[in-house]
Structures are given as structure tokens and as C-alpha cells.
Design a protein around this ligand. Structure first.
Ligand SMILES: CCCCCCCCCCCCC[C@H](O)CC(=O)SCCNC(=O)CCNC(=O)[C@H](O)C(C)(C)COP(=O)(O)OP(=O)(O)OC[C@H]1O[C@@H](n2cnc3c(N)ncnc32)[C@H](O)[C@@H]1OP(=O)(O)O
Length: 719
């Protein structure tokens, strides 16, 4: 796992050989320890260069090993030995030096990086801290403020930034290893004492307390209840106030407090879940690794509303030419200006030139005849979409793939009106589409593997996290979210207030509770969907009382708000009241209080005090319960897919892992018990009834989440 070569007669070249990222597994740690010992003990060797195979220095400790108690050689001791050695050791950094990989580089006496390399200490994103000396060496090298920023955010920096900050000694456009070998020959003659970072005097700014306080407040505001960033701050504080050996002891204690925490487990699960979701598989056996996606150069976006604009920007900024189509001149002009403005701002932020030349705006659908793909983003109206897909069938050349950006309508019904049902699928972007990372790719029963592969690969090219899902109303994300918002509404009826529900969810870790989020998104969105599905409006069965629809409990309160023009932030009031239309500061509204009281009196509901525990359990267990049904129905193939959708599309707190991982952490038995309890109390809410899969998993002894897949026997996969 580490290769040893003698080069130029006097240099030991140690190469880490653990593809794909040369992670510091126990075998690699053993390998480096042995090779360093050999180099330091060989009188022929005057200097050492450490590099990584396949032009990647090192992606850090092997995260998979964290699932079990750490065994084998200690990185801390290895790094101390490297630093204390009497021969210069040079890190030749190509690709990445992250986490333990960068800590290895910090233990070396010199660091030479390739100009395209990226460096950083991302441990905090895994619920950990850099515990192989990173919190003690980095502040000594680049100062406390810069080190605090890097360690508490986990941001990677480019080689150029690293050079500016003093993290590396030299950058090169040539092969970093070759440069490091030449550098090493010159370094042999130089004294090493000033190169041992652990012995450097800490550059301390005068206002240390104020600095730590400000960073602590910033971190608490950004990630409420998340432990790792706070532990990182404490570790850097130890570096600032204690000698190196005591600081290391503190670093190790703090790491021990994080290492087996549920937050670290959740965050590490998220890391792998994201990668697992990218590896999609269809029941046909087609999968990411065996289906070639089409190469997409020209796309059309139909509809320049909020979604269409964001999609057009996402395409153009990765070099795809876009024909954007609208039906009216005024809408086209507004859309054009918005897209250009968004693209220009985005380019400015990234320090590149806006690719405006890739954009074309038109009122004629005929102009899309030669594109490789069409992404439809018109109003969420089935008959309108069907009309459009029929027209696209006629206009587009036979090889054009057709995608719909519907947020929940039947993708197969649209495929059915075209001349190419196998070349139709869903690409469900989240708003704003040029910002939100999630893309649900909806695989209809007739969608071909190539159609799915192309959507997944295009999404990835646009920087999205793509998840392939099956076709059902609302797909995965919106199908599940309905159960969550329904519970929140029922809780209001029973005695809670919007601020109480939101408070509990925000305390749990959501950036915004369900009501604040609805106000932001606009209450009219859900209202329109409910009207279309006959839950409210003229199509309601006159025999249904207001709080029952289609045989189940229904809360008409959100409809009542919409009827009063309370559409959320944009109208200045919704579940909360805002300083002005478009305002963002949510204040509890006495009118809502009155509306709820009136509603309870009218339907003889005795309000009760509802605990935060019940609020969380009802909103989140019901969400997971629907997730189990989604798995049962074959709409998602694995729990990781659902969690990734919730992390990237719905703001589920990452340190809780996603709704399915959270249920797993709570304990499936407990989730089942509580659902049974709540369903007993509310038998008219079918979503509270425990799903078959949940019951089956509990009956099988609640296997860990990674094993659920083995228990999911689908009658018919929709993927
Ligand atoms: C009471 C108990 C007390 C216990 C105390 C314990 C003390 C223990 C002391 C430990 C010392 C701490 C050491 C150190 O500080 C800790 C760390 O280093 S944590 C790891 C930090 N590194 C990272 O977070 C980097 C993670 N990786 C990435 O960001 C990216 O993978 C990349 C390196 C930028 C490459 O990106 P891509 O090219 O896009 O490739 P992929 O992301 O798809 O990855 C490819 C493949 O590799 C797997 N992988 C990547 N990194 C790691 C890793 N560090 N460990 C294991 N596996 C890794 C990734 O999962 C992919 O594989 P696949 O999932 O597809 O099979």
C-alpha cells in the first residue's frame, strides 16, 4: 500500500498506492510507517519525497474504517516521526490533499503542489475534526483566523489560495513529484529546525477571545445543534493557548467525543449515500456503468417561468447551447432579461465570462427541431403539457429526447401522447433550479435506459446530485412531503401554533420549519395542486364535510388562508405576517391565532398542549413511514436515494442523515410503536398506519440501513 524506490541515488520516493483516492487505511498507515523507518535508517538516503499514485496525493483517513474501532498504526505517531526525522521530507501534492492527507503534508518539512491540486481539512463535514495534528499544526503555519475558517467550514482551497495562505511552499504546472525530487536535492543542505511546524511559535492576534466568540456565534447560527464545528473551535483554541503536546491531547479528547457520536455516523452515511445514489440501476440490469449516455450539445427549454429560467442558466453555464421558448413576446422579453442577468451574476461570482452567446430566445416552437433534448418547464397543467408533448413529437427530429420538469404529474401519460414514449422521462429540478443541487430523474415504465442515463449524466454535468426514481404522483420527494405537511396542519387543528411546530423542527435542525418554508415557496402552489386533485374547489364531493376528503381526514386550513389571499411572503402574509409583500422577517400573526381558534370552535375540537416530542414524532415518523412505502412500491430502490433527496431538496438536516437514516437511528421498533400509537389515536389518517416494510424490518430484528435492500421485495418495480 506504499511503494518504496531509491531515486537519483540518494532520495527515497514513497508512493501511496490505495486507489482511488489513496486513503490512509490501516494497510497504508503500516506501509508508510515501514517505508519512513527504512528511509530514515538508510545512510544512502538524504531526503524523502512522499507522493500518491494516479496523480492523487491522498483523500485522508479511510472513512470506511471509522465504522469500527480504530486499529493499527497511529497517524499521530507516524506524523510526529516524519516531522522529527533528521532528513527533509517533501510532500508532492497532486490532485487532492484532504483531511489526514493534508495532515500528512503538514508533518512533512516542505509541500510542493500541482497548480490544479485542492487542499483542505474537510473532517468537520463528516462530524469529526482533523485529529492527526491538523488543528495544532495548521494555525501555527497560517495563523489562527485562516485556520479557524478552513477547519470549521471544511472548505477545500485551490493550490493558488494555498500558496497565498502559506499552506504550501511552491506550486507548479509540471509533475509535482518530479519537482519535489529536484527540490529535495536542494533541501538536503538546509537546516530543518524552522521547518517543523509543531515547534513554530503561534502567531496570535491580540483580540483572541473576541475572535473565538465571533466564530462560535457564526457557527451556531449556521448549523444549530451541530457538534463538530464547535469542537473544531475548541481544538484550535487549545492550539492558541497550550503548548503543542497539550494541544494534541486536547485534540484527541475532542475527537474521542465526536468519533462515535450519532452526528458523525449520520454525516459519514450522507457522504456514502450521495455516492451510492449516483450509481443507479434499473430492473433490466441497465445501470450507470453499462449504459452510455448521449452527448448533449443543444437543448431547448420550453417555458421561461422561474423553473425554466433556472434550467436555462444551469445548461448554459456548462457550455450547452440553449433555445428558450415562450408563448408571448412580453414573457419572452422578461425571461430573456432574467436569464441573462442570472448568467452574468453567476459568471461574475465565478470569475469567468458569461456564455451569453449560447442563448437563443424564440416564440416559435419550430426553432427546437434540431436540438438533442427538450426540457419542458411550462405551467403544472396536464392538458397543457400533453398538448405541448404532442407538438414536440411533430416538430423535433426523431432522435430528440423529451423531458418534463413536472413536480409530480404522470410522466408516462405524457410519454403516451408522443411518437417516442421510450425517449421521454422526467427531470424534476428544485427551485431555484440554478441553485438547488437536487435533480430527481423520473423513469417512466417505458423510458429507455439511454434516456435515463442521459438525464443522469446531464444532471451531473450541471453540478446536480441526481437520483433516479419511479413514476407515481409526487415521485419520491413530493409524495413524502405531503404526509409531513398534512401532519403539521393536523397539529394546528389540535392545538399547536405555526411557530410552535416550526420551532420544534428548527430545533431538530431544519433551517426552516414547515410553515416558514411554505410561506417562502408560496401557499398557492399547493392550493393549485389540491384543486387539481379534487381536494378543494368546485370538484369536491358535496357529501364530504370540510375536514374529510376522499374518505380520510383533511385539513382545509391552508385553503382558507389562500382564499383570504394569504399566499406567503410574496403577499406579505401567510402562516406568518411579514413587514411588506416580499418581506422575509416572519412574525406570528394574531389573525392566524384567531382563525385557528375559530376553526376549533366550529368543529368542536378541544385544543390541547402538544409536546415538542409529539410534533417531531408525528411530522418525521410519518415521513419515514411514507419512505418505507416508497421503497415497498419500488419507486426508490434504496433508502440512500430517499435520504439524498431529502438532504438536497428539502433541507433535511445533514447531521440527522435523512428521514430513513433518522428512523434507523431512533430504532425501527420505536418508530413502529409510536406510529401504531398515533394511528390508534387518528385512525382516519392512513399515513400514520405503519407500512408493511417497516413491520417486516422490525420483525427481522431491525437490520442496519445498509441491509434493508435485502428485505425489499418489490412486486413490481416502477423504476
Ligand atoms: C472512543 C473512541 C476514540 C476514537 C478516537 C479515534 C481517533 C482516530 C484518529 C484518526 C485520525 C484522524 C485523521 C483525519 O483527521 C481524519 C480524516 O482524514 S477523515 C477523511 C477526510 N477526507 C475527506 O473528507 C475526503 C473525502 N473524499 C472526497 O471529498 C472525495 O472523494 C475526493 C477525494 C475529493 C475525490 O472526489 P471524486 O473524484 O469525485 O471521487 P468520489 O468522491 O466519487 O470518490 C471515489 C471513491 O473513493 C471513496 N472515497 C473517497 N474518499 C474516501 C476516504 N477518505 N475514505 C474512504 N473512501 C473514500 C468514495 O466513497 C468513492 O468510492 P465509492 O463510494 O464510489 O465506492
Amino acid at each position: 500500500m506504499a511503494r518504496y524506490e531509491l531515486v537519483k541515488g540518494s532520495l527515497a520516493l514513497i508512493t501511496l498506492t490505495n486507489p482511488p483516492v489513496n486513503a490512509l487505511s490501516s494497510a497504508v498507515r503500516y506501509g508508510i510507517t515501514e517505508k519512513i523507518k527504512r528511509a530514515l535508517g538508510d545512510p544512502k538516503v538524504k531526503a524523502v519525497v512522499i507522493c500518491g499514485e494516479n496523480e492523487r496525493f491522498c483523500g485522508g483517513a479511510d472513512i470506511r474504517e471509522f465504522a469500527a474501532p480504530m486499529r493499527g498504526h497511529s497517524l499521530v505517531m507516524l506524523f510526529d516521526d516524519i516531522e522529527a526525522g533528521e532528513k527533509p521530507v517533501i510532500a508532492a501534492i497532486e490532485g487532492v490533499a484532504l483531511g489526514g492527507g493534508f495532515e500528512l503534508a503538514l508533518a512533512c518539512h516542505y509541500r510542493i503542489a500541482h497548480s490544479k491540486a485542492r487542499l483542505g481539512l474537510p473532517e468537520v463535514t463528516l462530524g469529526l475534526l482533523p485529529a492527526a495534528g491538523g488543528t495544532q499544526r495548521l494555525p501555527r503555519l497560517i495563523g489562527i483566523p485562516a485556520a479557524l475558517e478552513l477547519i470549521t467550514t471544511g472548505h477545500h482551497v485551490s493550490a493558488q489560495e494555498a500558496l497565498k495562505l502559506g499552506m504550501v511552499d511552491q506550486i507548479t504546472d509540471e509533475n509535482a513529484c518530479k519537482m519535489a525530487v529536484e527540490f529535495a536535492l536542494r533541501a538536503v543542505a538546509k537546516p530543518l529546525s524552522s521547518r517543523r511546524i509543531s515547534t513554530l511559535t503561534m502567531p496570535c492576534p491580540p483580540n483572541l477571545d473576541a475572535l473565538f466568540e465571533a466564530v462560535t456565534m457564526q457557527v451556531q447560527k449556521k448549523a444549530r445543534g451541530v457538534m463538530a464545528p464547535l469542537a473544531c473551535i475548541q481544538a484550535v483554541r487549545a492550539a492558541a493557548t497550550l503548548p503543542y503536546s497539550k494541544g494534541m491531547k486536547r485534540e484527541s479528547e475532542l475527537m474521542a467525543s465526536l468519533f462515535s457520536s450519532s452526528q458523525a455516523r449520520a454525516l459519514q452515511y450522507c457522504f456514502f449515500a450521495q455516492r451510492t445514489a449516483g450509481k443507479w440501476t434499473l430492473p433490466s440490469g441497465a445501470q450507470w456503468s453499462n449504459i452510455k449516455p448521449r452527448d448533449i450539445r443543444r437543448a431547448a427549454v420550453i417555458g421561461l417561468g422561474t423553473m425554466g429560467r433556472g434550467i436555462a442558466v444551469s445548461l448554459a453555464r456548462v457550455g450547452i447551447s440553449v433555445i428558450a421558448v415562450e408563448t408571448e413576446k412580453k414573457l419572452l422579453e422578461t425571461g430573456r432579461q432574467m436569464v441573462i442577468g442570472m448568467l452574468e451574476r453567476d459568471a461574475k461570482r465565478r470569475g469567468v465570462t458569461a456564455s451569453l452567446y449560447l442563448l437563443q430566445f424564440t416564440l416559435s416552437l419550430q426553432d427546437v427541431k434540431d436540438v438533442d433534448i427538450v426540457i419542458e418547464a411550462v405551467f403544472e397543467d396536464m392538458s397543457l403539457k400533453k398538448r405541448l408533448f404532442r407538438d414536440l413529437s411533430k416538430v423535433c427530429r426523431p432522435s430528440t429526447l423529451l423531458y418534463t420538469n413536472t413536480s409530480g404529474l404522470d410522466v408516462d401519460a405524457l410519454a403516451g401522447v408522443t411518437d417516442r414514449p421510450h425517449m421521454v422521462a422526467g427531470m424534476h429540478f428544485f427551485s431555484p433550479a440554478h441553485v438547488m443541487k437536487l435533480l430527481e430523474v423520473i423513469c417512466g415504465p417505458r423510458s429507455s435506459s439511454e434516456t435515463i442515463a442521459t438525464a443522469m449524466s446531464l444532471g451531473k454535468r450541471m453540478g446536480k446530485v441526481c437520483v433516479a426514481v419511479g413514476n407515481c404522483p409526487g415521485f419520491v420527494g413530493n409524495r413524502m412531503v405531503k404526509t409531513y405537511t398534512d401532519q403539521a396542519n393536523f397539529l394546528l387543528e389540535e392545538g399547536a401554533t405555526p411557530e410552535q411546530v416550526d420551532g420544534a423542527l428548527e430545533e431538530f435542525g431544519f433551517a426552516m420549519g414547515v410553515f416558514r418554508m411554505s410561506d417562502l415557496a408560496g401557499l398557492d402552489v399547493g392550493w393549485r395542486i389540491r384543486k387539481e386533485s379534487g381536494l378543494t374547489g368546485p370538484d369536491v364531493d358535496p357529501k364530504d364535510p370540510p375536514h374529510r376528503r376522499q374518505g380520510h381526514r383533511y385539513s382545509p386550513i391552508p385553503d382558507m388562508l389562500c382564499e383570504q389571499g394569504r399566499m406567503g411572503q410574496k403577499t406579505g402574509c401567510g402562516w406568518y405576517v411579514y413587514e411588506k409583500p416580499g418581506g422575509t422577517e416572519a412574525k406570528p400573526d394574531p389573525l392566524i391565532q384567531k382563525l385557528l381558534e375559530g376553526y376549533r370552535v366550529r368543529y368542536s375540537i378541544q385544543p390541547r398542549k402538544i409536546s415538542s416530542q409529539e410534533l417531531i414524532e408525528r411530522c418525521l415518523y410519518v415521513l419515514a413511514n411514507e419512505g418505507f412505502r416508497v421503497l415497498e412500491d419500488g419507486i426508490a430502490v434504496q433508502p440512500e436515494d430517499i435520504d439524498v433527496i431529502y438532504l438536497f431538496g428539502y433541507g433535511f438536516p445533514r447531521h440527522r442523515g435523512g428521514p430513513m437514516f433518522y428512523a434507523n437511528m431512533v430504532g425501527l421498533g420505536r418508530v413502529l410503536d409510536r406510529l401504531e400509537h398515533y394511528h390508534h389515536a387518528h385512525p382516519d389518517v392512513p399515513h400514520l398506519k405503519p407500512s408493511q416494510l417497516l413491520k417486516k424490518l422490525v420483525a427481522c430484528g431491525s437490520p442496519p440501513i445498509q441491509k434493508w435492500k435485502e428485505h425489499i421485495k418489490t412486486m413490481h418495480s416502477h423504476l
